[in-house]
Write a protein that binds this ligand. Structure first.
Ligand SMILES: *Cc1c(COP(=O)(O)O)cnc(C)c1O
Length: 426
């Protein structure tokens, strides 16, 4: 770090010598980790480039459709580019998905029928899925449960791995039609699942039950490995465009990729039976969705580097972290256990303070739709709530874990984390 940088950090953000010392130690330790991720990034950039070229993407695809949006070639070609990247039959990529939860919900609702059962094999799924499934109270909001679609769950082993024996037992229920796997940690304390691990459990499941479809919640996982869940047998996956795959450029949206028939059924839920993906004006957003996708392999790895740096410096500062800086990652999330409410709140406030947007805002814990506990969210982002941008959030519950993710540039991630740590150090 240049002396000028240190001086500016000290004068502007009152960075203590202790924080800067920790920085020097952490940065030395993490640099050796980066080569592997740089190589993955390079491969994924090539994969994306090739897909653009094979679909002959041109200026004409940056369409500005209106009304029904029939024959929007930009929209239709982006679907094909995604399908190629994911080595899948079909894709539906739309700004009309309001978030990742919506895309996941469409995939599930579209492919389950009354009497069917959904089985989650990676433990309790991400908080916002509870309302979709109907496991968070009995409000009449049209959950899967209300439509007569049942739910089963196999918890992970103590080590946070798939419980193969229990999965086998659960699969004896012939009404199971979809098995759900969550790649990323969510608000849990476990490592994300490597795509190879997801592949192993999928093979195991398919060996026992050829008739079930496997769905993977791929949120935060895109481009962290050279393969994706669809490369190892997942039938349908979904994710958010304001995480990795939007590259920080996509202003909103979600995607579903997988087998043609399953994607079609999901599209009937995004819009309506009979219409599916054939309609949907894109309001001039196509350029941003293409450009974001093109940048996504790079931006995702900037975020990974930020997470690795965060892991090491917070560990050196005395906090328990997951994953460790040298663990192999499958998502961009870094969890830090603070143990105390005031520390987790300070950390999030520090990330907010280090943001390009709304840096003067004090974030506070509050009730959020889809979540049970109060949540504090630090998000000074160009795109509201974008978590490929540097952000941190924490449910206000023991043991007070903050989840940090994103960083459009590694430099900004480093600076933001330094400011947050400095605040925690008091
Ligand atoms: C972010 C996320 C989702 C979807 O969240 P949205 O905020 O609706 O985009 C679902 N599952 C996991 C594991 C996630 O990280």
């Amino acid at each position: 770090m240049l002396q000028q940088t240190k001086d500016l950090l000290k004068t502007n953000y009152k960075l203590k010598d202790e924080t800067l010392d920790l920085y020097e130690r952490a940065i030395k330790d993490v640099e050796g980790q980066f080569k592997m991720y740089d190589e993955i990034r390079e491969f994924n950039q090539l994969k994306v480039l090739k897909a653009f070229q094979q679909e002959r993407i041109s200026d004409a695809h940056f369409t500005n459709s209106s009304g029904y949006g029939y024959d929007d070639i930009g929209r239709d070609s982006l679907d094909k580019v995604y399908a190629r990247i994911f080595n899948a039959e079909a894709a539906i990529v739309r700004p009309h998905f309001v978030n990742g939860t919506h895309a996941i919900g469409a995939a599930l609702f579209g492919n389950l029928r009354p009497g069917d059962k959904l089985l989650c094999v990676s433990g309790k799924p991400y908080d916002t899925l509870h309302s979709i499934i109907g496991i968070s109270g009995d409000e009449k909001i049209g959950s899967l449960k209300e439509y007569g679609i049942n739910y089963g769950q196999v918890d992970l082993t103590e080590k946070g791995k798939f419980d193969f024996e229990k999965i086998k037992e659960a699969l004896e229920d012939g009404s199971i039609k979809i098995v759900h796997i969550q790649r990323s940690t969510g608000y849990g304390w476990r490592n994300s699942f490597l795509v190879s691990e997801i592949g192993e459990v999928i093979s195991y499941i398919k060996n026992l039950r050829k008739d079930v479809n496997v769905f993977v919640d791929n949120c935060y996982g895109e481009f962290i490995d050279v393969i994706e869940p669809t490369d190892v047998g997942a039938d349908i996956i979904a994710g958010s465009l304001i995480k990795n795959i939007g590259g920080g450029i996509a202003p909103a949206g979600g995607y579903i990729v997988g087998k043609e028939e399953l994607v079609k059924q999901a599209a009937y839920r995004l819009t309506i039976p009979g219409i599916g993906g054939e309609c949907g004006a894109t309001f001039g957003l196509m350029r941003t969705l293409f450009q974001g996708l093109f940048l996504a392999p790079h931006v995702s790895m900037e975020a990974v580097k930020g997470a690795i740096f965060c892991s090491r410096i917070m560990e050196l500062a005395g906090f328990e972290v997951l994953p460790k800086f040298d663990d192999k990652r499958s998502d961009i999330i870094q969890a830090i256990k603070f143990g105390k409410e005031d520390l987790v709140v300070d950390f999030c406030k520090g990330i907010q303070y280090g943001s390009p947007i709304d840096s003067y805002v004090q974030c506070e814990p509050w009730e959020m739709p889809g979540y049970k506990d109060k949540i504090i969210m630090a998000a000074g982002a160009f795109v509201q709530g974008s978590s490929i941008e540097l952000s941190a959030d924490a449910p206000i519950r023991e043991p007070y874990i903050a989840y940090l993710q994103g960083g459009l540039t590694f430099d900004h991630a480093k600076i933001g984390i330094l400011i947050a740590l400095n605040k925690v150090l008091g």
